[in-house]
Design a protein around this ligand. Structure first.
Ligand SMILES: Cc1cc2nc3c(=O)[nH]c(=O)nc-3n(C[C@H](O)[C@H](O)[C@H](O)COP(=O)(O)OP(=O)(O)OC[C@H]3O[C@@H](n4cnc5c(N)ncnc54)[C@H](O)[C@@H]3O)c2cc1C
Length: 393
């Protein structure tokens, strides 16, 4: 005998919980089925344990999708301020770190607790440690065969997230459900992920692991100005994580190593001020000393500044401002923060997140082909898409 609900939600992450509490508040009988032993594991580990739960500047331009217009409606109807209002209602202290990024003062546990309290108040039932064996569709709507029995409802919401960090419960189950119902799934790949270097490129950096400095990373018409960190496998840090979502093996990736200054003007000033200083010494004022030294060992001529002619300084400045980074790949889903690609938005209504060809079947959050930048944008998409579906159930 199946237990009946108005809506079944597979996945108790950010999007699933937001959808559940929204529909529950509207009087719907909602069941969340989560296969991990607790809900919201990615929320708990996010933002270094402090959850960067939204970004005040979140807008369509901060998302990658085959259809950049798709996310507009949901983002407009559930804004960062709507989420902030809930956070404030629960008296969770928060602060803006940089660039509109809001973090908890204390712990991301408070965000999960808030979502669970809201779900409880809205009468949502949550089953954790409950794997789904099969999804069936037929008379009576959607049926989930689980280890705890069969659950049925006229609506099924898929909120299973992406493939990143498999150790936290990530699976490709949501994509499988989409395919089961004949929906197109766009190729997936790791996003917001460290890049790896190999061969001579790795050798030149490998002993500089831990060195960090601001750069502007540019690729395929996008640029991000932030910190880069050299790791033992390649490069990471916010600038690299951001640009990684726009990069694929073989693409041209450039770094401005002195993003805060006009490199030529600065070198000329240095030449006038310290003609006897060598280039590596001068560069060490603007870059970490070991990195400046390596630049001059491998790529740049190291001489006293007075010996450079203007054309040479222009050449050095051009190299510093447009330095090619030859990455071999990414660290993959093991360390990626998000998954690019996913359920094709052409298959879904942008106002309700429901599959156009399968009434009652919804996809929300990261499983959909909408991926945000680093900085709270991915949670904002999870909240907004979860809310949009929750209003439609
Ligand atoms: C280390 C890390 C840090 C991050 N930090 C931030 C940050 O600070 N700010 C930000 O905006 N974004 C951050 N992100 C991205 C953000 O966590 C995700 O974009 C967001 O959680 C997506 O929400 P979701 O609900 O779609 O998926 P998830 O939150 O991943 O939830 C999916 C849920 O579905 C469950 N599930 C999967 N398969 C099944 C199945 N077969 N049956 C039942 N349940 C299933 C999973 O266990 C999980 O609970 C971070 C990601 C990582 C990995």
């Amino acid at each position: 005998m199946a237990e009946a609900f108005d809506a079944l939600i597979v996945g108790g992450g950010a999007a699933g919980l937001m959808c559940a509490l929204t529909a529950g508040r509207r009087g719907r009988r909602v069941l969340v089925v989560e296969h991990a032993n607790r809900v919201g594991k990615k929320i708990l580990m996010s933002g270094g344990g402090r959850c960067n739960f939204t970004n005040l500047g979140a807008g369509p331009d901060n998302y990658l999708s085959a259809n950049p217009h798709y996310c507009k409606s949901a983002l407009a109807r559930y804004t960062p301020w709507d989420f902030v209002a809930m956070v404030e209602r629960h008296r969770i202290a928060y602060h803006e770190k940089e660039l509109g990024q809001l973090f908890c003062d204390e712990s991301s546990k408070l965000i999960v607790r808030m979502l669970l309290e809201e779900c409880a108040a809205a009468g949502v039932r949550i089953e954790v440690g409950c794997g789904v064996e099969r999804v069936r569709h037929g008379p009576g709507g959607f049926h989930l065969d689980t280890a705890r029995g069969v659950f049925s409802a006229p609506a099924l919401v898929v909120a299973t997230g992406g493939l990143s960090i498999p150790s936290m419960g990530a699976t490709g189950f949501g994509y499988d459900i989409a395919r089961q119902f004949g929906l197109n799934v766009l190729p997936t790949r790791a996003g917001l992920v460290p890049l790896t270097l190999s061969g001579k490129h790795a050798e030149r950096f490998h002993d500089l692991s831990g060195v960090a400095f601001p750069v502007e990373a540019r690729c395929n018409g996008q640029s991000f100005r932030n910190r880069m960190l050299i790791t033992h496998r390649g490069v990471s840090g916010p600038a690299i994580l951001q640009i990684s979502s726009y990069w694929q093996p073989g693409d041209d990736l450039r770094l401005d190593l002195l993003p805060a200054v006009d490199a030529f003007d600065w070198l000329r000033q240095q030449q006038a001020a310290r003609p006897a200083a060598e280039l590596k010494t001068v560069l060490a004022d603007a870059l970490p000393r070991r990195f400046a030294q390596r630049l001059c060992e491998v790529w740049l001529p190291n001489r006293p500044m007075r010996q450079f002619r203007e054309a040479e300084l222009r050449g050095i400045a051009a190299q510093l401002a447009d330095w090619p980074l030859v990455a071999s790949g990414t660290e993959g889903y093991r360390t990626a923060e998000v998954t690019l690609g996913g359920v094709d938005t052409d298959e879904l209504s942008s106002s309700t997140m429901m599959a156009r060809r399968v009434p009652g079947l919804f996809f929300i959050g990261e499983v959909v082909d909408v991926t945000g930048w680093l900085g709270g944008y991915n949670f904002q998409w999870a909240w907004a898409s979860g809310h949009a579906a929750g209003e439609a159930l």
